[in-house]
Write a protein that binds this ligand. Sequence first.
Ligand SMILES: NC(=O)c1ccc[n+]([C@@H]2O[C@H](COP(=O)([O-])OP(=O)(O)OC[C@H]3O[C@@H](n4cnc5c(N)ncnc54)[C@H](OP(=O)(O)O)[C@@H]3O)[C@@H](O)[C@H]2O)c1
Length: 325
Amino acid sequence: MKAIVCSAYGPLDSLQLAEVAKPAPKADQVLVKVYASSVNFNAPASVTGKPLIVRLMSGAPFTPKHQTPGNDIAGRVEAVGSSVKRFKPGDEVYGDLAECGYGAYAEYVAVPEAALALKPDNITYEQAAAVPEAGLVALQALRDFGGLKAGHKVLISGASGGIGSFAVQIAKALGAEVTAVCSTRNLDMVRSLGADHAIDYTQEDFVQTGQTYDLIVATAGYRSLADYKRALKPNGVHVATGGDMKQIFEPMLFGWWRPGGKKLGSLVLKVNKDLDFLSELLASGQVVPVIDRCYPLAEAGEALKYYAQGRTRGKIIISVAQDGD
Ligand SMILES: NC(=O)c1ccc[n+]([C@@H]2O[C@H](COP(=O)([O-])OP(=O)(O)OC[C@H]3O[C@@H](n4cnc5c(N)ncnc54)[C@H](OP(=O)(O)O)[C@@H]3O)[C@@H](O)[C@H]2O)c1
């Protein structure tokens, strides 16, 4: 089978499509024919080895831990091991392989059934591949860390990106009043996703508007904890899911600091937790993945380079096979 292979840290241009052995499923594994994957932060980081902290945290200081990058997949079950209970050949599935060796940029993967959920029928493989990591970061930040309730005022910074575009839609589905922060070119897009208010960060500073929020989800950029605290209501919650390293690590270091009952923290994703909950939102049409661009598998390096520019609107998809193949 064909797969993207990266055997040494290097530039994104160095990614090669190679012929490798097709995996055979073990007793507890599902063999999935991959139709699509998507690009998350870990993919370019695992190829370039930058930022260095990612290399160190993955326990692979000198060579990539996983030779084939990528963690989100959507595809069709081709075969199952003898102890697999939840899936059968022909099932359409999707999931995040971050806890079972990555390797999504390939024609086939053999993975434990816990890494998979049934794909809703009403969405394409490309749409489904956009969901597992970004959608669950958004859900867990809003509902689990943020304690979001209907009627809450929520601000989402980085609302036009992968995580942000899911966060806007999930927050609306959960009954929140949503303010989306993005740049000028993305104002119409975030409104079309359901945002009640949109703030153009190139023109206006959400910290200075005088508005306060029950929950702030920050997926991009950097603001100090003092800024977030100023924009929160009493007992409000700020959760950083991404952005500048400082934005992620400051709440980890100072999360114990709860001025005025305000909670400030960073999200650590629980991989695949509640993917079935997201499936229901997708099946009902309350959440529709936003796709910026699709690249064929052979051009995965170009897809990663585009992602690394930090200007993605929604998600970037790696198309591995066409439906009907
Ligand atoms: N916590 C976890 O467990 C977890 C899991 C996965 C990923 N992450 C983190 O999530 C982040 C990546 O998320 P992603 O893939 O959703 O990002 P992304 O899609 O690459 O985000 C790109 C978007 O961010 C917007 N943006 C850039 N700077 C901004 C700013 N200062 N204010 C508002 N919007 C801004 C861009 O819009 P404009 O072009 O209009 O500026 C663009 O639409 C990474 O930092 C990664 O480490 C965390």
